[in-house]
Design a protein around this ligand. Structure first.
Ligand SMILES: Cc1cc2nc3c(=O)[nH]c(=O)nc-3n(C[C@H](O)[C@H](O)[C@H](O)COP(=O)(O)O)c2cc1C
Length: 170
């Protein structure tokens, strides 16, 4: 249902209007039930609640990486810095089997890859998945989290990569 929108050009208008909203960029990684690491780039990572500690992201249900990791009970979030633009582009466009070939990834105790030089990382237990249109809202209970080696967070805005300006993060 496209209430309030004309069907023609809806997608372009959707992208143009909502693309005005800037987001950070993160990689969600998990160890699939096939024993392989899987991951996808998201702009929808968000903190949800501090008590209890919850975070969320939204995944397109058709995503191959998401489908491969949908049965996993744990996932990691690696928030990207402005220096990760090439990594982000290559990760997002690579064959799902080859995504972890670029970047400095380290396996945690659960065998889940985390980006060593992420701006921040979060380790989660998957708490709940809520179907929402063509996406799933995934709620994770935070088991551990930390800051990475620093660096300026990456931003995504109007379909382009950018970064937080120094005066904001200083
Ligand atoms: C900056 C950026 C943000 C993205 N945000 C999301 C997101 O929040 N949720 C999502 O499912 N896909 C998002 N995508 C697309 C996914 O990374 C991925 O390409 C898509 O889900 C297809 O998944 P697959 O390649 O595993 O099949 C984003 C891509 C980019 C480049």
């Amino acid at each position: 249902m496209r209430t309030g929108f004309e069907a023609r050009g809806f997608e372009a208008r959707w992208r143009a209007v909502l693309g005005e909203y800037p987001t950070g960029v993160a990689i969600i990684s998990a160890l699939g039930t096939d024993g392989r690491p899987h991951g996808l780039v998201v702009g929808t990572f968000s903190s949800v609640s501090m008590n209890p500690p919850l975070v969320s992201f939204m995944a397109m249900r058709g995503s191959r990486a998401y489908r491969a990791s949908a049965g996993c009970d744990r996932f990691r979030v690696s928030v990207l810095g402005s220096r990760h633009e090439q990594l982000c582009r290559s990760f997002a466009s690579a064959d799902p089997e080859r995504r972890f070939e670029v970047g400095r990834w380290r396996l945690d105790a659960d065998g889940i890859p985390g980006l060593e030089d992420a701006v921040l990382w979060v380790r989660c237990r998957r708490l709940r998945t809520i179907a929402a249109g063509d996406h799933d809202i995934v709620l994770g209970e935070v088991e551990d989290l930390g800051s990475g080696p620093g660096g300026t967070p990456m931003l995504f805005h109007r379909g382009r990569y950018g970064s937080v300006v120094a005066s904001v993060v200083a």
